[in-house]
Design a protein around this ligand. Structure first.
Ligand code: AMP
Length: 110
């Protein structure tokens, strides 16, 4: 089980933001912005390369609910999903970083 599957199973605690039958959003343990939340499908999909259009459509709806709950939907935020080793993905379970709560800078990535 990867670490996010353990969070879904309740074996590792998380600071939950929103949950439904298929998705979970929780605060990142090492925030990179004033608000840094991760949105994941409960079912393990490795990354964006592997997600079906149907699941991605539901994921998008869930993310929009999360940003509404966080109060950042209108002010703006950044969505990031890292894919594979060049993408810097550490946890092999699809997740979207939701970053906001302030004016975000654009940083050099390489
Ligand atoms: P990535 O590098 O895109 O795979 O991102 C993985 C993210 O998971 C990082 O931002 C970590 O800080 C975060 N993370 C790792 N373990 C936990 C945890 N137990 N609870 C919350 N976030 C975590």
């Amino acid at each position: 089980m990867n670490i996010f599957e353990k969070i879904v199973a309740g074996e590792i605690p998380c600071k939950k933001v929103l949950e439904n039958a298929k998705f979970l959003a929780f605060h990142d343990i090492a925030p990179k912005a004033p608000i840094h939340v991760l949105a994941i499908p409960k079912k393990c999909v490795k990354d964006f390369n592997d997600v079906s259009p149907d699941l991605m459509a539901e994921m998008s709806d869930f993310i929009l609910e999360v940003v509404a709950v966080l109060g950042i939907k209108d002010k703006g935020y950044r969505l990031i999903t890292n894919i594979g080793s060049d993408g810097g993905q550490e946890v092999p379970h699809l997740h979207f970083h939701i970053l906001g709560g302030g004016k975000l800078k654009w940083v050099d990535l390489v």
